[in-house]
Design a protein. Sequence first.
Length: 116
Amino acid sequence: MYYIEKDRDVYEGFLEAFPDLRPDNKIELVCVDENLQKLGFVKTTPCVFKIDISKEELEKLVDELWEMLEYTFYFYEEEEEITDERYHYCIKYAWMHDYLEAALKEERTWHRYDQK
């Protein structure tokens, strides 16, 4: 299980796109603080959400997303054009790469969120 601490827009993006890539893994909102935004301390609502995924599965997904980015933007042959379909697929899913890689690298247990 991995936790991501970002704003609510990122969480909603994950809710929309992640199930297409890993339909068996759950995403769950752990905590959200709307008062910080209401009081004007932040522009977006901060939250923490968890992804129920094993380390091996997450590593594999991070690698898949990186390969998608490499192929789409870096290693395609010069005479080959990026198709609209490939570009939109990359835009829809590859943005998650950095968030997932950061969650993988943090390797925190996040006990404060697991306590009931």
